[in-house]
Design a protein around this ligand. Structure first.
Ligand SMILES: NC(=O)NC(NC(N)=O)C(=O)[O-]
Ligand SMILES: [Zn+2]
Ligand SMILES: [Zn+2]
Length: 466
């Protein structure tokens, strides 16, 4: 006779959907799913995990990572990127259509990605499709093939070379929205005004103003706000659902929030670095903390925390945008020349738990919402994923709320072990991560199951409004 459960997670403080504070419960897992939740579960199980004193969150879903395969595996890869996510309490992710070569803008490129990820990911994964000039006729086929949504850049994505992902022109943006709207898909946007940012950068470089703060000044809040405003206008005209990635300013969050209140189908995300780091930190840390949009002043960072606490931020993603450590080396070049992108996939949950829950005393339920429920609902993964509830996948992040440790480069599982957070003392630590009931990571043993992740596809139009 088979046991009632495969695994029981004993005595953890479990974060349930819609609840601010956790509840002490046992979790019974059978066939990869949550079979039972109760204060005390009786019955046989093949294995038990003691979670006394730990917080049990639904596994994080990181909707914004760049794992760079095919073609750029010296920057990152599915094995290393997914392992770093598992170590950070994440059980699923969506890989951006750049910076791999070729970018994911047609079916052959999507198939290449799928082949490379199969059997090489520690946690579950989905793919984004790209909207770029010249590839409009690929959108329906990509949607049918199960990409989670589409991504376009309103400003240059940076980098050089043949075949790279390119930003949209106005007509591609407008027509792309029409087409994506026609099959009920979602378009995600990197929203910065290209004319403003490129001319401001030219001006600064010509005048020899090439430091970190000059870089920040060349991509001002108005560039983000203008792009968000324009995209919202096109969305009104076309009926396209939108998602704004890595929003860096409270002004843009407010603009998106009022559009949502007016009935538009639009969501936003921010990233830990816009909550944890300021432009001063970017100056202090150097290129390792360079990203686009840039880090902001401390008043804006504070205002982002207010928006997060007020429920105006739909999800938090890492925007893990890695590169070789050499491309972050400041020697012999200006700040403008370094790669823009922060490696952060491993730290998102710990950063927000540390700063948000432990220090600012925000409810832990907020983390479940922005890291799991929000992304799952928006991108059609709910109700299989996104909450700890009977019948859902047993995707769990078990975190010790009191274990402090210092993040060192050796602890990073990225292909290139740099991060703006090395040297930082965390007041909490992920103890274990389970993906569909399988133990993937423990703090003690590291990655214990390296390749159990499965591909997640969604059908167009399935995503729910958050
Ligand atoms: N080409 C990139 O990966 N760019 C990324 N870079 C950042 N965020 O600095 C991004 O998502 O915009
Ligand atoms: Zn971007
Ligand atoms: Zn990105």
């Amino acid at each position: 006779m088979s046991e009632r459960f495969d695994t029981i997670i004993r005595g953890g403080l479990v974060v349930l959907e819609g609840r601010d504070e956790p509840v002490k419960l046992d979790i019974g897992i059978k066939d990869g799913k949550i079979a039972e939740l109760a204060p005390r579960l009786e019955g046989e199980s093949a294995s038990e995990l003691n979670a006394e004193g730990k917080i049990v969150l639904p596994g994080g879903i990181d909707m914004h990572v760049h794992f760079n395969e095919p073609g750029m595996s010296h920057w990152e890869g599915f094995p290393t990127g997914s392992a770093s996510l598992a170590a950070g309490g994440f059980t699923a992710y969506a890989d951006m259509p750049l910076n791999g070569l070729p970018p994911t803008v047609d079916i052959p490129a999507l198939n290449m990605k799928a082949e490379l990820a199969a059997g090489r990911s520690a946690v579950d994964y989905a793919f984004w499709g790209g909207l770029v000039p010249g590839k409009l006729d690929q959108l329906e086929a990509l949607a049918e093939a199960g990409v989670i949504a589409f991504k376009a850049f309103m400003s240059s994505p940076g980098g050089e070379g043949e075949g790279r992902f390119t930003e949209v022109d106005e007509l591609t943006l407008y027509r792309g929205m029409e087409r994506i709207a026609s099959f009920g898909g979602i378009l995600a946007l990197h929203a910065e005004n290209d004319a403003l940012t490129s001319l401001l950068a030219q001006e600064a470089i010509a005048a020899g103003r090439t430091g970190a703060l000059d870089y920040a000044a060349s991509r001002p809040p108005v560039a983000e706000l203008e792009a968000v405003n324009r995209a919202l206008f096109y969305a009104q005209q076309t009926g396209c659902k939108l998602h704004f990635v890595h929003i860096s300013t409270p002004e843009a969050i407010d603009l998106i929030d009022s559009a949502k209140k007016s009935g538009m189908d639009v969501t936003n995300e921010t990233c830990p670095h816009y909550l944890i780091l300021t432009e001063k930190d970017m100056e202090r840390l150097g290129p390792v903390a360079k990203c686009a949009p840039p880090l902001r002043d401390s008043d804006r960072v504070e205002a982002m925390w207010e928006r997060l606490a007020a429920g105006k931020i739909d999800m938090v993603t890492s925007d893990h945008s890695p590169c070789t450590t050499e491309l972050k080396d400041p020697t012999g070049k200006t700040f403008f020349d370094s790669w823009g992108g922060i490696s952060g996939a491993q730290s998102s949950l710990e950063l927000l738990f540390h700063e948000g829950v432990n220090r600012r005393k925000l409810p832990v339920g907020l983390l479940a919402r922005v890291f799991s429920e929000g992304p799952a609902r928006r991108f059609g993964l709910y109700p299989a994923k996104g909450a700890i509830a009977k019948g859902f996948d047993a995707d769990l992040a078990i975190i010790d709320p009191n274990e402090s440790y210092m993040l060192t480069a050796e602890r990073l599982l990225y292909r290139n072990r740099h991060s703006p957070y090395t040297g930082m003392e965390f007041s909490c630590r992920v103890s274990a991560t389970l993906c569909r009931g399988q133990l993937v990571y423990t703090a003690e043993d590291g990655i214990v199951k390296a390749a159990g992740g499965a591909r997640l596809s969604v059908k167009p139009g399935k995503a729910l409004k958050v």
